[in-house]
Design a protein around this ligand. Sequence first.
Ligand code: TYD
Length: 134
Amino acid sequence: MKEVRIIDLPKYEDLRGNLSFLEEKNHLPFKIERTYWIYDVPGGMKRGGHAFKEQKEFIIALSGSFDVLVSDGNTKKTFSLNRSYYGLYIPNGYWRQMENFSTNSVAVILSSTFFSKDDYIRDYEEYLAYKKHE
Ligand code: TYD
């Protein structure tokens, strides 16, 4: 579980407002193939209850806040994301769910792979079986 970690990003503050950025090589432990974002989440909804076999990802709360629940099949950990100058790195092979989205929150996810529905494990029992045979 220690591979799953918050990565801090640069933050430039001045009177005109704040600016943050990330550079693939300098801040992320993978090459970015795809970016997607989740927004307009109705109150109480949960997203992303699944694991990826190959996809590594970096999740930023660009606006608002939400929680990311991560499990490796044994240990569970909850990360609360609520600032745009850091994000959560999740390597492949972890179960993760996103919940408690605040109104108008925006999650941006940088992914190491192109979209492939075959990369998903959407059933938790199946995930546990997958982890056993890894
Ligand atoms: P899904 O992964 O089920 O959302 P969540 O991560 O919240 O569980 O994605 C919802 C739909 O969007 C699903 O039909 C697949 C599609 N989709 C793409 O076509 N490309 C993408 O990059 C992503 C992330 C999803």
